[in-house]
Design a protein around this ligand. Structure first.
Ligand SMILES: Nc1nc2c(ncn2[C@@H]2O[C@H](COP(=O)(O)OP(=O)(O)OP(=O)(O)O)[C@@H](O)[C@H]2O)c(=O)[nH]1
Length: 375
């Protein structure tokens, strides 16, 4: 039974457009939690739960909400089910973070938290991650992003390593022009002070009356939404494609696909198995706008060798993209040659040629592998 005066657990919403760096920031917090127990709710837009696989939470403290935006959960009751799981006393959590999907409407999540009747939680603030490299263009396409910033308590200007100072200033100005009263901090790879998370009310300098007014606005908006549906939500314009293959991907074909991806295909994430191209490693793949990155990591001992990708975009032909990806698979007799067990066999040049050819086939991929000093 919950003790009558059990402390309330702050629930922080972590939002930000597709690929802005939410999972990266969350993993930073989880790795630097200094003894605090952090519960995590992740909400992926896409049938394969890539974020849930990449969040490094403690066992039993992560709940995944799967496909679709949490902001469109029918009512706050749905969220309460997940909060009830995480607030059971045995979980002993100090803070709960909801990582919203990159297309969620954060004000909807805040509204749900405010309406929650779980006595063990209280709303702990909204952290909005902004991709310094992409924000100006994204805002042009989606002016509704402004309303996300106005509800935020803390804006993390992430990826400052990817932009020159002048551009960063322009992004800061754009954020300020939304009328957001949030504190703004710059970050690289989401490395913010973990203390910010446990700060009960992140927007400290603002008095409670102003905050209360913002909340009332939110609840009023919610009533209007209930009448008008979710047509103006960001995710209404986006589609996702999920692709899984137990057959390895051909590195050259996959690179040709990635190099010619349509501009509407804004986000790709997941893991790639290049088979004989690199037997030892899974390749995490991230595309955000024009940015592309592979991060190899050793396969776990019992892990199924499998490619799992989620593609998210606007105005994309989902079936055609799925087919194009299927055509990137290796096929017996057509795909990269198997790497020989040992170098030359003494029976001719072919095995060494095969090894060289395999290595060459991975060059295109390796161009996009993050170098250790890039962090
Ligand atoms: N250069 C650079 N890359 C970053 C930074 N932060 C994150 N990234 C990269 O950006 C890509 C997307 O980061 P994620 O943390 O997955 O972004 P996300 O917001 O969780 O993505 P969605 O859940 O799909 O919306 C990854 O390749 C990250 O390594 C940064 O500060 N600088």
């Amino acid at each position: 039974m919950t003790p009558p005066h059990a402390p309330q657990i702050p629930v922080v919403v972590l939002a930000g457009f597709l690929g802005s760096g939410k999972t990266t920031l969350l993993n930073h917090l989880l790795r630097n939690r200094a003894g605090n127990r952090i519960g995590v709710i992740v909400n992926d837009f896409g049938a394969i739960e890539i974020d849930a696989m990449t969040v490094a939470g403690q066992v039993g403290s992560t709940v995944s909400l799967g496909d679709g935006c949490l902001c469109c959960a029918v009512d706050a009751g749905e969220l309460d089910v997940y909060l009830a799981t995480l607030t059971r006393p045995a979980a002993r959590l100090d803070v709960i973070v909801i990582e919203a999907s990159g297309l969620a409407e954060p004000q909807e999540l805040v509204r749900m938290l405010l309406a929650s009747d779980n006595p063990r939680v209280r709303y702990g603030g909204l952290v909005e991650v902004v991709d310094a490299a992409e924000f100006l263009e994204t805002r042009e396409r989606h002016p509704e992003m402004d309303r996300h910033l106005t509800v935020a308590d803390l804006v993390v200007l992430n990826k400052t390593d990817r932009v020159p100072e002048a551009r960063l200033d322009a992004v800061r100005e754009a954020v300020a022009s939304t009328g957001s009263g949030a504190a703004v901090i710059g970050a690289v790879h989401g490395r913010i002070d973990p203390g910010l998370l446990s700060d009960p009310v992140l927007r400290q300098e603002e008095d409670d009356n102003t905050r209360q007014l913002t909340f009332e606005d939110l609840l009023r908006e919610a009533d209007q939404e209930a009448d008008g549906g979710h047509a103006d939500h960001l995710h209404a314009a986006y589609e996702s494609v999920s692709f899984t293959s137990d057959v390895p991907m051909d590195p050259r074909r996959l690179m040709a696909f990635l190099d010619s991806r349509p501009t509407g295909l804004y986000r790709i994430k997941g893991f790639v198995d290049f088979g004989a191209g690199d037997r030892g490693n899974a390749y995490a793949l991230h595309a955000v706008g024009g940015f592309l990155r592979f991060v190899p990591r050793p396969w776990a001992r019992d892990e199924a060798r499998r490619t799992q990708l989620v593609l998210i975009g606007s105005g994309i032909d989902a079936d055609a993209l799925h087919k194009e990806l299927a055509d990137c698979r290796t096929e017996p007799g057509r795909g990269p040659i198997e790497r020989p067990q040992s170098g030359r066999t003494g029976t001719g040049e072919a095995p060494q040629d095969a090894t060289d050819e395999l290595e060459r086939s991975m060059w295109g991929v390796l161009r996009y592998v993050r170098q250790p000093d890039e962090d």
